[in-house]
Design a protein around this ligand. Structure first.
Ligand code: UD1
Length: 419
């Protein structure tokens, strides 16, 4: 099994180019089921994207991924559709469940594996199913699969989500785009990745309007079949390197990034004493000392993202005083804490809040990655630890971080992979 070895305490300096957003690309790939010819650019070449392409190929959408150009061409061979998403392709990547909406709305039936739980929580799909049922689908769960059917097609309606979910909003949007008539979605997620999906659907010719957390979609059967789209930069990847710069950097420049999507996070870092300045498409982070404690809670966008919580915790270990993080989105997203503690961090968890006592001296250890963002937080901890850090189970990292070692090596980090 592959491992990462990091020799810490090397000051980072250099430029990092931010990749395209994984979480924006995944729902747009699912949307390719609604059109015939799609070209996506600025796509991150990471494992989750490859898995989604495999799933689409299984269903009947051909794709050509050009690694160097970071582009994907998708061709939907409408006649040979297989309305099945098997367990082996959905279990490693929950976003596989996003094919449910488009399959059902266009092909009138779908059999999609239930994604199951994962390290960060139970992660049910009840909100996805609630929306599809309201649109007229008949749904039953059997043998670990969702069997969905809408013999006469889906029909627009009003759907109010009892709580905010990114995936459920996306699945409902995809289904409503091809449904008959108008759908009003209330209490929606408004993450930039959801907005990006709406932008893409608008390019297909779907009429979509938003007002606060309300989205109104006019379904359409005949969409534009040839669409080109450039994916936005990955705000979570950018946020991760911002934190790397804040803890281990002398001078780091992030480019190909939209600072607008990181407004809240940049403010938090500034409050902690990180020296940051932004331009239209780049962010500069300078060496920051005397970091101050802070209290944050994870919230749906525009609040602080759960996907940056583990990384911020590493920065908090270096701040003076007791910082706190309340995790509101997932019930079990502190899996990285025992590993950080093994590296010398002083952290206590009470209910859903982590108390981080800083500053703490981190020392290298052999640790284990448990999920995507937890893995990258261990990399960040490794960058400031004395001695050597060995990170096991790094396949989690490869799911979502493109060229992680190369990007850090370019900034003089001592990091390498052993196979
Ligand atoms: C997406 C992101 C993930 C991020 C998360 C929250 C992708 C591919 N993944 O995941 O990186 O951490 O948003 O920002 O974009 N829930 C239910 N029932 C449902 C659906 C969700 O109870 O049917 C709960 C979840 O268990 C969780 C909360 O709602 O507690 C938010 O989850 P959701 O926004 O749906 O996350 P994902 O779309 O899975």
């Amino acid at each position: 099994m592959q491992k990462l070895i990091i020799k810490g305490k090397k000051e980072l300096s250099g430029t990092i180019s931010v990749s395209g957003s994984k979480n924006a690309t995944l729902p747009i790939l699912a949307a390719s089921l609604l059109a015939k010819n799609i070209k996506l650019t600025n796509v991150p070449v990471v494992k989750d994207i490859i898995t989604m392409l495999e799933l689409l190929r299984f269903i009947g959408v051909d794709s050509k991924l050009e690694n160097k150009k970071k582009s994907i061409l998708l061709k939907n061979n409408q006649k040979k559709i297989n309305t099945l998403a098997p367990y082996k392709l959905v279990k490693t990547m929950r976003a596989g469940v996003l094919v449910l909406g488009p399959l059902l709305t266009k092909y009138k039936k779908a059999k999609v594996s239930l994604p199951g739980g994962c390290a960060i929580g139970t992660r049910p799909v009840d909100l996805h199913l609630l929306a599809l049922k309201k649109l007229g689908a008949k749904i039953r769960i059997k043998d670990g699969y969702i069997f969905a059917e809408a013999k006469r097609g889906l029909k627009g309606t009003k759907i109010k989500f009892p709580s905010i979910s990114v995936g459920a909003t996306e699945n409902a949007l995809l289904a409503a785009s091809y449904a008959k008539g108008k759908t009003t979605l209330i209490n929606c997620a408004l993450e930039p990745e959801v907005k990006e999906l709406m932008l893409f659907l608008k390019k297909l010719g779907i009429n979509i309007k938003t007002s606060g957390r309300k989205i109104i979609v006019e379904g359409k059967k005949f969409v534009n079949n040839k669409v080109k789209h450039k994916i936005i930069s990955d705000r979570i990847e950018a946020g991760t390197y911002l934190i790397a710069g804040a803890i281990a950097g002398k001078k780091i420049i992030l480019n190909q990034v939209d600072p607008h999507f990181l407004k809240y996070e940049i403010n938090i870092l500034k409050k902690m004493g990180v020296k940051i300045s932004t331009k239209k498409n780049s962010i500069l982070i300078l060496k920051s000392t005397n970091l101050k404690k802070i209290n944050i809670s994870t919230k749906p966008y525009p609040g602080f993202p759960t996907d940056l919580q583990a990384q911020l915790m590493v920065l908090m270990t270096q701040a003076k005083g007791i910082s706190t993080i309340k995790e509101n989105i997932f019930e079990n997203r502190f899996m990285h804490v025992p590993e950080l503690k093994r590296m010398g961090a002083k952290i206590e968890i009470k209910n859903r809040t982590a108390y981080i006592f800083g500053p703490a001296k981190l020392t290298g250890a052999e640790v284990m990655a448990t999920d995507l963002r937890a893995s990258v937080c261990l990399v960040l901890a490794g960058l400031i630890s004395d001695k050597r850090t060995i990170i096991n189970r790094i396949y989690h990292l490869d799911r979502g971080y493109e060229f992680l070692e190369n990007k850090l090596k370019k900034c003089r980090a001592k990091i390498h992979r052993i196979k």
